[in-house]
Design a protein around this ligand. Structure first.
Ligand SMILES: [Zn+2]
Length: 70
């Protein structure tokens, strides 16, 4: 996974904004997607500094991987 996180309690990683490193982020939207004929999702977040960013989760060569797509 390429999520930038802080793991304060070793159980529940806290997502950071990839643009400003702010750890106060809010999930805005979840979309089902198809990537190369395989199911996946995109997760769009907004940080408290106003940046929007989107990660995808998809299968690739047998692995499940995340990609920052915007
Ligand atoms: Zn930000």
């Amino acid at each position: 996974m390429n999520f930038k996180v802080t793991d304060y309690d070793n159980e529940n990683p806290t997502l950071h904004c990839p643009k400003c490193d702010c750890e106060y982020t809010h999930l805005q939207k979840v979309n089902e997607e198809t990537f190369e004929d395989r199911p996946g999702v995109t997760l769009t977040f907004k940080c408290e500094e106003g940046h929007e960013f989107t990660y995808s989760l998809m299968n690739h060569k047998g692995y499940t991987q995340s990609f920052l797509i915007s």
